[in-house]
Design a protein around this ligand. Structure first.
Ligand code: EPZ
Length: 418
C-alpha cells in the first residue's frame, strides 16, 4: 500500500487544473447500459472507482475502451443482468446498474452494497422508486432481485430524503419506462444535471434536473451519445482549501465556481480571497484563517464531501468553529487523525468543535475514507515538519494524481510505495 510523505509549511503558488468529476462519471458510465452501441465519454478522470466501474461494465458484457481521459462504452452485447458481490462491495455506486439493467432487459440481480466507513447508506429509496415504476423486488442472500416482465411504467415518486444516488438511479430507469415519471423532493446536486444532460443527448426527455422536481417522459429506446463530463467540484474545493490552509495563491483552472457557492461564502468568511475570471478561479489564503461554523446540507447547502477538508482548515483558525455533519452518521473519522497533528477538536454527536491552534505538527497518520484522506493531506501541507499519510488507496479513489498536481504548485510531497 503506497503512502504520501509531506514536508509542510510551503505556501502553494501557481496554477492547478481540475479533472473530470468522479461523481458525475460513475452514473454517466453506468447509464451507457441503457443504449445498445458505443457511447464516447470524455473528461473521465483516472481513478480507482472509474477502473472499478469499467470492470463492472465488462463483467456485464459491455466492451470498454479507455484512451487517456476518454472512455468508449459499447453496451450492445450485454450478456448478463447480474452484478456480483465481489464487484459491488468495492464500490457502492455499482448498485446503480440495477435500474438500467431492469429497464432495458426486464430483470436484474445486483448485490446489496452494504454499509461503508461513513455510514449505513441504505438504498431503501432506490428500491421504493423501482417498485413504484412497477418492478417486483426480492431481497435474498444479500442480493436484490428485480423483475419487470411488462417493462417499467412511469409513476410519481416522492423521496423521503434527499438522495443523490436515488435520484440518479430512478432518472435512469424512468428514461425508458412507458409514460411520465415525476421525481419529487429530488436531490439537486450538479452531478444529477450532468447525468440528465447525457441521457437527453441519448434521446431521453428529462426536464428539471438540478431542481427538486424532475419530470421524465419515457421513450422507447435510447441511442449512444458522445458526452463531456463536468469538472470535479469536490477536487476543486479541495484545492481551494489547500490554498487557504497554506496561505498560498492558486489559480484553479477548469472548475465551475457556481457549483461551490456554499463553500465559497464560508471560505470568504474565513478571510480567503476568491476571484473568478471566466473559468479560472484565483484563491488567496490569509496569513491565518478566521474560525467559521458550517452545517452540511444537501445541495446547494455546504457539501458533506467538503466537511473534512474544511475541518482541516479550521484546525489552524483564529477562534473556535462548530462543524455539524447532517448527511452521514459517521463522517468524523478524520478527527482522531487530525488530533495527531495537535488539533484541538471535541465531538458531541454529529457536531465537532474545533479550537484553532497556531501551528500543527507533522505526524504519521492513516487515511480511513476518501475525503478524510484529503483532509489529512491538507493538514500535512500546513503542518510543521514531516507527515506520512498511510492507506492512500482511499485517496486514489477520488483524486487523480493529487501529489503530482500539488508538487507542481510548490508542495513538498511524494508518493512512496509501501
Ligand atoms: C453521493 O452518495 C456521493 N457519491 C457521495 O460522495 C456524497 O457524499 C453523497 O452523494 C451526498 O452528497 C457518489 O455520487 C458516487 P445519498 P450517495 O444517497 O448517493 C441516506 C464521495 O466522497 N439515504 O445522497 O450514496 C444516506 O444514508 C462520496 O465522493 C437513505 O437513507 O448519497 C445518507 O445519509 C461519499 N436511503 C443520505 O441519504 C437511500 O435510499 C444521503 O445519501 C439513499 C440514501
Amino acid at each position: 500500500m503506497d503512502k504520501l510523505i509531506i514536508n509542510g509549511g510551503k505556501r502553494l503558488k501557481g496554477s492547478i487544473t481540475v479533472s473530470g468529476s468522479k461523481n458525475a462519471s460513475l452514473p454517466i458510465c453506468i447509464a451507457a447500459i441503457l443504449a445498445p452501441g458505443a457511447s464516447a465519454i470524455t473528461n473521465v478522470p483516472h481513478l480507482r472507482d472509474i477502473t472499478t466501474t469499467a470492470k463492472l461494465l465488462e463483467s456485464l458484457g459491455a466492451k470498454v475502451k479507455r484512451h487517456e481521459n476518454s472512455m468508449s462504452i459499447d453496451a450492445a452485447d450485454i450478456n448478463t443482468v447480474e452484478a456480483t458481490y465481489d464487484l459491488v462491495k468495492t464500490m457502492r455506486a455499482s448498485v446503480l446498474v440495477l435500474g438500467p439493467l431492469l429497464a432495458r432487459f426486464g430483470r436484474a440481480r445486483v448485490s446489496l452494497p452494504g454499509g461503508c466507513a461513513i455510514g449505513a447508506r441504505p438504498i431503501d429509496q432506490h428500491l421504493k422508486g423501482l417498485k413504484a415504476l412497477g418492478a417486483e423486488i426480492r431481497l435474498e442472500h444479500g442480493y436484490v432481485e428485480a423483475i419487470a416482465k411488462k417493462g417499467l411504467k412511469g409513476a410519481r415518486i416522492n423521496f423521503d430524503i434527499s438522495t443523490v444516488g436515488g435520484t440518479e438511479h430512478l432518472m435512469m430507469a424512468a428514461s425508458i419506462a412507458s409514460g411520465m415519471t415525476i421525481l419529487e423532493n429530488a436531490a439537486r446536486e450538479p452531478e444529477i444535471a450532468d447525468l440528465a444532460n447525457y441521457l437527453n443527448c441519448m434521446g431521453a426527455k428529462i426536464e428539471g434536473a438540478g431542481t427538486d422536481t424532475i419530470r421524465i417522459q419515457g421513450v422507447s429506446d435510447l441511442t449512444p451519445a458522445a458526452f463531456e463530463v463536468m469538472p470535479d467540484r469536490i477536487e476543486a474545493g479541495t484545492f481551494m482549501c489547500a490554498a487557504a490552509i497554506t496561505g498560498g495563491d492558486l489559480r484553479i483552472q477548469g472548475m465551475k465556481l457556481e457549483h461551490l457557492d456554499a463553500l465559497c461564502f464560508k471560505l470568504q468568511d474565513a478571510g480567503v480571497e476568491i476571484t473568478n475570471r471566466n473559468g479560472t478561479v484565483q484563491v488567496k489564503g490569509p496569513r491565518r484563517p478566521q474560525a467559521v461554523n458550517i452545517k452540511t446540507r444537501p445541495y446547494p447547502g455546504f457539501a458533506t464531501d467538503m466537511q473534512a477538508q474544511f475541518m482541516a482548515l479550521m484546525c489552524i483558525a483564529d477562534g473556535a468553529s462548530v462543524i455539524s455533519e447532517n448527511i452521514f452518521e459517521n463522517r468524523f473519522m478524520h478527527v482522531s487523525e487530525l488530533q495527531r497533528f495537535g488539533a484541538d477538536i471535541t465531538v458531541e454527536g454529529n457536531s465537532a468543535t474545533v479550537k484553532g491552534v497556531k501551528k500543527l505538527s507533522g505526524a504519521p497518520v492513516m487515511a480511513t475514507d476518501l475525503r478524510a484522506s484529503a483532509s489529512l493531506v491538507l493538514a500535512g501541507l500546513a503542518a510543521e515538519g514531516t507527515t506520512e499519510v498511510q492507506r492512500i488507496y482511499h485517496l486514489d479513489r477520488g483524486y487523480e494524481q493529487i501529489e503530482t498536481k500539488l508538487a507542481a504548485v510548490g508542495a513538498d510531497i511524494r508518493r512512496v510505495p509501501e
